[in-house]
Design a protein around this ligand. Sequence first.
Ligand code: GRF
Length: 203
Amino acid sequence: FRVVVLISGAGSNLQALIDQQTNQQLPIEIVGVLSNRPNAGGLSIAQSAGIATAVVDHTTFGDRQDYDNQVAQAILTWQPDLVVLAGYMRIMSAGLVRQFEGKMINIHPSLLPKYPGLNTHKKALEAGDTEHGSSVHFVTEELDGGPVIAQIKTPINHDDTEQTLVERIKRLEHTLYPRVVKWLAEGEVTYREGKAWRNEQLI
Ligand code: GRF
């Protein structure tokens, strides 16, 4: 089960997937890592693990469509069964999303449908929420709006800050994301009729 991971930053979720793969806990092969940022920390993580990398630097493209075409081409050369967005901070054009419909997932640090988009930790704190979390969902044309597969939750404490939430949520993501990727690799979770299914039950 061939997996391509897209990143823009530190790559701690990528690291979690690599660790699970190395420990034989995850029946996948990460065949490529693509970053839109040439200096993303996740690129060195991939290289240390001997995984092929590609950089498609969005700042060198005048046009989003050209950029996304390049991204699609790079992904396709790796012939993935699944594309995993792990801190990939570009909005994808409709064409790119459609090309990988049902085969692309994202992890978003909020309890979707709450807080799509940026600054989710800040929004949860400012709203006085008592809990926060992260969601894994299939990618559709609606930003952070595709069918949710699974979530993790954590209570918000009175002394939490954006930083403490970022760190705590990330730690929980590191168990959530590999688990969901495993379900997909083993065919336990599927995508049909625009919806997410687990063992033939609508999620
Ligand atoms: C994660 O919190 C993820 O939910 C969000 O971006 C962050 C990526 O972190 N989309 P990392 O690069 O995996 O460390």
